[in-house]
Design a protein around this ligand. Sequence first.
Ligand code: FAD
Length: 359
Amino acid sequence: MRQAEVVIIGAGPAGLAAAKPLLDVGAEVTLIDRSAMLGGQLTKQTHMFFGSEKQHASKRGIDILKLMVEAIETYPNLTVLTETTVVGLYADKVVSCVKDDHYFKIQAQYILIAAGASEKSLPFENNDIPGVYAAGAVQTLMNVYGVKPGDRVIMVGSGNIGLIVSYQLMQAGVQVPLLLEAADTISGYLVHASKIRRLGVDIRMNTSIKRALGETSVEAAEIWQLDENWQGIEGTETIIPCDTICLSVGLAPLTELLQQAGAEVKYVRELGGHVPKINQHYETSLDAVYACGDVAGIEEASSAMISGHIAGIEIALKAGYTVANANDILPRLRHDLRNLREGPHGEKIRIGLKKLGVA
Ligand SMILES: Cc1cc2nc3c(=O)[nH]c(=O)nc-3n(C[C@H](O)[C@H](O)[C@H](O)COP(=O)(O)OP(=O)(O)OC[C@H]3O[C@@H](n4cnc5c(N)ncnc54)[C@H](O)[C@@H]3O)c2cc1C
């Protein structure tokens, strides 16, 4: 079995940020990602980031990832395993992986889970026919592979992802006549909503999709109005021609590996679903197994970077390394994280963390 001092599962902004302080102190780090490219969701984010200047706001996600990868790639104590999927995690800190049909195990001393999240779907008739996509898949098709998903898209969900992907679709020459939102308010930033409205997108509140129409692929969407309990109102149905239905209805933390290893998790709706119970050092209920970024609660890349940075330092300290100025850096990072979670957009996170007991 291979041996590793620290295994980081997931090379998105959280995992990349965690690797740096560990590499700086000389820890042997094995960074694993199932994708061919490092960067997680940043690989498909061509837009200028919102968030905090300290975490590269107003740069494009794809440029942020270059900076983060450049900051670690030359360290001799770094091993990177791409196109490698972690399929098992055990309480004795054994990680099992698959790469090119080859199965192998790694015995780690410390493990950090930074696996991010998966996209949620919606139950409606015909939601499995070709042409029904999740928003992240649409972003990957367009921004990573240069493929348009269709010519006329109905977007479902008015969070930042739905708003930004609508804009990117229009930049690619795709029509987005309609965006549906079940709630009575737009959940993303109004600046993004105003931008797509100016470009002609009809954002309809209290409305959702009833079914997709089409024999072999999407030919239209049947939509309907919702009552205050989000139940469809019979008689309000309208049929809108389209070839793509894009669902942007939230993300769920990928905690399966943690659950497999027996880590304590709790369902917290505000954090996206099941999340690990972590202490202030980002350690889960399993000794020397840590979690940070979206897997510990859906937030943003800025918070993923800060939580990764903190987790990396905490692991280094637990492993007995001396981290220069840790007593100054850690309170500053925690302060930055609190700042990001302030205001109305951070309210959900604050409630979620309180429920989890880590506020
Ligand atoms: C359309 C869109 C726009 C966004 N815009 C912004 C923005 O402007 N500003 C902002 O701050 N945030 C933004 N975000 C949010 C941000 O991208 C995420 O919060 C952030 O990427 C989370 O970082 P992470 O490292 O926790 O997870 P991810 O970026 O999801 O990375 C997780 C990594 O883990 C890997 N992985 C998962 N499971 C395994 C496994 N079993 N084995 C091996 N590897 C695995 C995945 O391949 C992935 O590379 C946006 C998100 C989207 C979808």
